[in-house]
Design a protein around this ligand. Structure first.
Ligand SMILES: C[S@@+](CC[C@H](N)C(=O)[O-])C[C@H]1O[C@@H](n2cnc3c(N)ncnc32)[C@H](O)[C@@H]1O
Length: 266
């Protein structure tokens, strides 16, 4: 139980923030009623899903570690907490979440889990990994398998083609996490926040309507915003927006890393 509690205090706020940021990028018209949080541990991703989707009525967290499940159950008794090991069957639900799990598995086991999760989800499947080159590669691999299985990538990509990020770049995003006093003590940290970097893919059965995606922190100069944008034609490059462009400039000033671009017309 000590390990599970330490994980909860040390990592849950960050994985929760990452999954919240991911779910915040999905269309407003998804209304899943049932959720499986696979490798859900003490339920960080489940909390994010419940906040993003008030439609969720049935929520199940699966994990191999009973202590993590017990701790999660104390914090969220309304969910079902069930011991489960990779390879055991998954029931069919509207939405499957796999948050920070692939990195703990061998390549073969990652494939098994991606295929299983994809087969278990009716509307939406979401995979989140640390925002490192290795985490990104695992997400790309999952993305390929999901597309081959008939899913449509809803986010972050504005297309279903091969990723256009090349060279040393990798697709990742950032979520700010406020640190509690305990969190700061555990990490020996001074700052009142940390930035959790993550990579992700979310797939649905709907058409992808993402116009483009901001894939870096915007850069601001006097009267000019530079957005690094991943476009539907797979190109990743800078978009410059100057003050002369009026409302578009205002939108560019408000745009954040991870947002869609250009913004929807109002
Ligand atoms: C880094 S934690 C992530 C927990 C949670 N999803 C989150 O985002 O905070 C990885 C979880 O995957 C679970 N896990 C790893 N391998 C597993 C397996 N073979 N079967 C079931 N669960 C597994 C671990 O027990 C652990 O709770």
């Amino acid at each position: 139980m000590v390990d599970a509690t330490a994980y909860a205090a040390y990592r849950m706020p960050a994985t929760h923030a990452a999954v919240s940021a991911v779910l915040g990028q999905l269309g407003q018209d998804l209304r899943p009623q049932s959720l499986l949080d696979v490798g859900g541990g003490s339920g960080a991703a489940t909390w994010a899903a419940l906040e993003a989707f008030p439609s969720l009525a049935s929520v199940t967290v699966l994990d191999q570690v009973p202590e993590a499940l017990k701790l999660g159950e104390r914090m969220l008794p309304r969910a079902t907490w069930q011991q489960w090991r990779l390879g055991e069957p998954l029931s069919t639900v509207d939405m499957v979440l796999v948050s920070y799990v692939l990195g703990e598995l061998t390549d073969d086991d990652q494939h098994t889990l991606v295929d299983q999760a994809g087969a278990a989800a009716r509307q939406l499947a979401v995979f989140v990994e640390p925002g490192t080159p290795a985490g990104y590669r695992r997400i790309l691999d999952a993305r390929d398998r999901l597309i081959a299985a008939g899913w449509t990538v809803a986010a972050p990509c504005p297309h279903q083609l091969a990723c256009g990020m090349t060279g040393k770049d990798w697709c990742h995003f950032s979520a700010r996490v406020n640190r509690s006093a305990l969190h700061r003590r555990l990490k020996g940290a001074e700052l009142g926040y940390e930035d959790e970097k993550f990579s992700y893919v979310a797939v649905t059965k709907q058409d992808n309507t993402t116009p483009g995606r901001v894939v870096r922190h915007p850069a601001f100069r006097k009267g000019l915003v530079t957005l690094q944008v991943c476009a539907p034609d797979t190109r990743v490059g800078p978009t410059l927006v100057s003050k002369r462009e009026g409302p578009v400039y205002k939108a560019a000033r408000d745009a954040e890393w991870g947002d869609t671009w250009p913004p929807a017309a109002r």
